[in-house]
Design a protein around this ligand. Structure first.
Ligand SMILES: O=C([O-])C1=[NH+]CCC1
Length: 353
């Protein structure tokens, strides 16, 4: 007997896989996006694991629940599913969602540009899709305001000692540091070292930092980690490795010190990075910011202006990248299935050991 059947559009944005669930509306309760995110966190974590863990998922996979809009004039709402939990916003997953809903006809496609407004638990996001021949060529995401919580904040990191990090918000809270400050290089073949270092940075951040979003107090912890190429230098390409850490991390259990690298340049991470660069005088309003991922794919960022958000000076970031639909899927749960919430095995889920 099937007790669950999820219809999905499989996609990727600059390499990062996003599973766009298009029949989830009846699963999520809440009058606001913040209430819906809280409902997912409180009641749907087994569903998140069902979609992202084995046998239906893999470490590098994210997903999106497409929900009815909340704000007047919006087209839809999203809640993002990552291996580390439910999150309010994601650049790559927004690009996957816009590509999926336009190419499938869920939202009408208007050439040459279609605007799609998306409600999230940290505000409404405006997107612009360049479309031709029934294909979404690129998506520009005008993300929610990004801001700096602190620059060069000293963190005591297990096995690395004191590391100076930037604490930023770009749609989620990030700790960001130069890879070189931890003796690392941004190289896909060194993914294990990068994910382990990122997990240890996150452990330190969870223990030593207090963060809280001024508009949504439920957003109150560092989510992901960015290791980047350091201060901008003329003629040097900016690149990053973003570690999407697994669920609960424990200082006394090295098997939790793992994660997966974002295969895209990470839109929320790029927005947070631009906020830090602007604060450092290394990125002007209106200046294009080419940001490469660990596999060399690109988001082009740009700051449109400044604003304030609670007590924070904030910037208005956009990122532009492309998405591709890779398939359609229907995921089911038989009520005799011994793994209703999926499972993971250390050979691919704990590569850092
Ligand atoms: O682009 C993004 O912001 C993210 N990609 C994967 C998780 C967050």
């Amino acid at each position: 007997m099937r007790q669950l059947q999820l219809e999905c559009i499989e996609a990727h944005a600059e390499g990062e896989a996003g599973r766009v669930v298009i029949n989830a509306a009846g699963l999520v309760q809440g009058a606001t996006m913040a209430e819906r995110l809280a409902y997912c966190r409180d009641h749907l974590d087994d569903l998140r694991r069902f979609l992202l863990r084995e046998p239906r998922g893999f470490p590098g996979l994210c997903a999106v629940l497409v929900l009815p809009p909340v704000e007047p004039g919006s087209d839809l709402g999203i809640v993002v599913l990552e291996q580390g939990g439910f999150t309010p916003m994601s650049g790559s997953n927004t690009i996957c969602t816009v590509t999926a809903v336009l190419e499938s006809g869920i939202v009408p496609m208007l050439e040459p540009v279609t605007r799609v407004r998306i409600d999230t638990a940290v505000g409404t996001v405006e997107t612009e899709a360049v479309v031709s021949g029934g294909k979404v060529r690129s998506v520009t995401v005008a993300n929610v305001p990004a801001f700096v919580v602190g620059l060069d904040v000293p963190l005591e990191v297990p096995t690395f000692g004191t590391v100076a990090v930037d604490v930023v918000f770009g749609g989620g809270f990030f700790v960001q540091a130069p890879a070189a400050a931890m003796g690392l290089t941004i190289d896909p073949d060194r993914g294990r070292e990068l994910t382990r270092a990122g997990a240890l940075l996150k452990l330190a951040a969870l223990e030593q930092l207090d963060v809280r979003h001024p508009l949504n107090p439920d957003i109150d912890a560092v989510g992901n980690i960015m290791l980047h190429s350091g201060d901008r230098q003329p003629g040097v390409q900016d690149r990053n490795a973003v570690v999407l850490t697994q669920g609960r991390l424990r200082a006394d259990d090295p098997s939790t010190w793992t994660g997966a690298l974002d295969r895209s340049p990470c839109g929320t991470g790029t927005c947070g990075r631009m906020a830090a660069l602007h604060a450092r005088g290394q990125l002007e309003i209106g200046e294009k910011f080419s940001h490469l991922s660990v596999i060399g794919t690109e988001f082009v960022g740009e700051l449109l202006g400044t604003t304030t958000l609670g007590a924070y000076e904030a910037v208005l970031p956009t990122i532009t990248g492309s998405g591709w639909v890779t398939g359609r899927s229907t995921w089911v749960l038989d009520d005799t299935d011994p793994f209703p919430a999926g499972f993971s095995v250390g050979d691919i889920w704990a590569p850092g050991l």
